[in-house]
Design a protein around this ligand. Structure first.
Ligand code: ADP
Ligand code: MG
Length: 294
């Protein structure tokens, strides 16, 4: 199956769709993408029974992550730190989630567990058919490589490689990658492909990091304070890129921030406090990133 060609099960249109309707469950208008086998066209897809079933069942969002009773305890010598104290959370396909909360509330710990960088002390977390709380290091590495794109506050680019080469490191080992050029064009850096990190601004370096994260066409994009080191104007450009990737590629996206203004661009906003979920809010209208200011 080609991951690159996606058509909506409801309207058979390829390209960007707004799936927020299903997440707030206001109307069965959501457009769920499905991969088209090479050689099949949209008409044949529209007439097969699985598509008709999908069309009649569009109101139910597909769960990508299911976390239940997640706890995480870090031990530092004699001392214990309770980073997570029982998290129940589902994430839905195509969703744009913002994780808010004060410093130390457990946001990074939760994101790292979803991304297979860490494992819970107790509870369980599933990504589709992967039980991330049970898998060993090798399987988690495979899971991260195949399914997850990470973006961190600091860009972690290799200084001796150009933007194109930094992205190509990932595309060389991925199963169904975008080309490095396509990934960089999607973040608006087609003119900067042969620049080294030191020749790029902070915002441009973060966009290279995003291109690197999406180049393997991950199922999920996990961003930990992606605008934390950027000024407002540059931060908004980076958020616009992430929002566009979410809309165009349908990549389930979770962003950590302590900046409440950014929550306005999310489908759902989950607020953590002292290792627990304090609030889950659904935005009836989400703002384009360019309308956000802080
Ligand atoms: N590797 C670690 N070892 C020990 N304590 C940790 C570790 N990672 C996080 N913590 C602690 O767990 C708590 C939650 O941290 P974190 O998830 O990073 O919070 P946030 O991202 O919301 O700032 C904090 O008290 C932090 O000090
Ligand atoms: Mg953190």
């Amino acid at each position: 199956m080609s991951k690159a060609r996606l058509a909506c099960a409801a309207c058979q249109r390829a390209g960007p769709h707004n799936w927020r309707a299903k997440l707030v469950q206001i109307a069965p208008l959501c457009h769920r993408p499905r991969a088209i086998a090479p050689g099949r066209n949209l008409t044949t897809v529209a007439s097969d029974s699985s598509t008709l079933m999908a069309m009649s069942a569009v109101a139910a969002p597909t769960t990508v992550f299911e976390a239940r009773g997640l706890t995480k305890v870090y031990r530092l010598g004699e001392a214990e730190v309770q980073a997570l104290r029982g998290i129940d959370l589902d994430l839905y396909e195509g969703e744009f989630l913002v994780l808010l909360g004060p410093s130390g509330s457990g946001k990074s710990t939760l994101l790292n567990i979803l991304g297979g960088l860490d494992v819970p002390t107790a509870g369980r977390v599933r990504f589709r058919d992967h039980d991330l709380s049970r898998e060993d290091d090798e399987l988690l590495t495979h899971y991260r490589r195949e399914h997850v794109g990470f973006v961190f506050q600091f860009y972690n680019l290799i200084p001796s490689l150009t933007a194109r080469e930094n992205v190509a490191l990932v595309t060389d080992i991925a199963a169904h990658p975008l080309s490095a050029e396509d990934a960089l064009a999607r973040v608006g850096l087609e003119e900067r492909m042969d620049h080294y990190p030191t020749q790029l601004s902070g915002g441009e370096q973060q966009r290279v990091a995003i291109a690197r994260a999406i180049a393997k066409q991950p199922d999920v994009l996990l961003c930990d304070e992606p605008t934390g080191a950027l000024d407002v104007t540059t931060g908004v450009v980076v958020l616009e890129v992430i929002q566009r990737i979410n809309a165009e590629l349908g990549t389930t996206t979770a962003i950590i921030t302590h900046n409440a203004a950014i929550a306005a661009m999310a489908d759902r906003v989950v607020t953590l406090s002292d290792g627990r979920i304090a609030q889950v809010r659904t935005n009836a209208h989400k703002l384009p990133a360019r309308d956000i200011a802080w």
